[in-house]
Design a protein around this ligand. Structure first.
Ligand code: PEP
Ligand code: MN
Length: 228
């Protein structure tokens, strides 16, 4: 974890995101390291200074997140209203991912649940929606970026990794995210993707991440934006 954190920081990453609680489709798949996973993220934060982002699956775990910088609500929990209400009472920034089969309006209503509790620090994330297309894991709804920019003041980032499930599609969709006006991207990276316990097929290795970040920097400079 520390090796990955040091490398991505060198390439320009501004946050370190990793799942300690993992919402897996099968109960027999790797479920994450739970509290021990959060400890690993905090170790990497101590060494690199990178703020950490990690997913919460239940309001019962909220105490474990006291040192986490940004709490992620994953696609499968976008409409876990009890969880959203509890996060409304938190002061931490919330990264709210769009559900697999949810509309943009439903995403904004979920953000409202958090806001109505008093927490307006919300970052939205478009991570692909389920369509009939099966060449990609999901279908990235790139138009969600300008739509959300028009009707909401909240920042919106793109997750090209879960959107496509394929390493080779990450860079093109990062370029699309910049062109569409996204405020950021989150990219899955692994020091050894072939042996990753989860999502290896969509994870960049550290050199590929460095390469994508070099492209990002060039594009952002070209467009005169501050995407990170
Ligand atoms: C994740 O971000 O680790 C994740 C599980 O993604 P999603 O909730 O978008 O499926
Ligand atoms: Mn993943």
């Amino acid at each position: 974890m520390i090796a990955v954190a040091e490398s991505v920081k060198k390439s320009g990453a501004q946050f370190l995101r990793g799942g300690a609680f993992k919402p897996r489709t099968s109960p027999y798949s790797f479920q994450g390291l739970h509290a021990d996973g959060i400890k690993l993220l905090l170790e990497a934060k101590k060494v690199t200074g990178l703020p950490i982002v990690t997913e919460i699956m239940s309001e019962l775990h909220i105490d474990l997140f006291s040192d986490v910088d940004v709490i992620q609500v994953g696609a499968r929990n976008m409409q876990n209203f009890q969880l959203l209400k509890e996060l409304g009472h938190s002061k931490k920034p919330i990264l709210l991912k769009r559900g697999l089969a949810n509309t943009i309006e439903e995403l904004l209503m979920s953000a409202e649940y958090i806001m109505s509790g008093g927490n307006s620090n919300i970052i939205l994330c478009e991570r692909g929606i389920r369509t009939f297309e099966n060449m990609t894991r999901n279908t990235l709804d790139i138009s969600a970026v300008p739509v959300l920019k028009r009707i909401s003041h909240l920042p919106i980032i793109i997750d090209p990794s879960h959107a496509t499930g394929k390493t080779y599609l990450v860079e093109p969709l990062v370029k699309a995210a910049i062109a569409a006006g996204a405020d950021g991207v989150m990219i899955e990276t692994h020091n050894d993707p072939k042996n990753a316990l989860c999502d290896g097929a969509q994870s960049l290795d550290l050199d590929q991440f460095a390469q994508v970040m070099a492209t990002v920097k060039k594009r952002v400079a070209f467009e005169g934006k501050a995407l990170s």
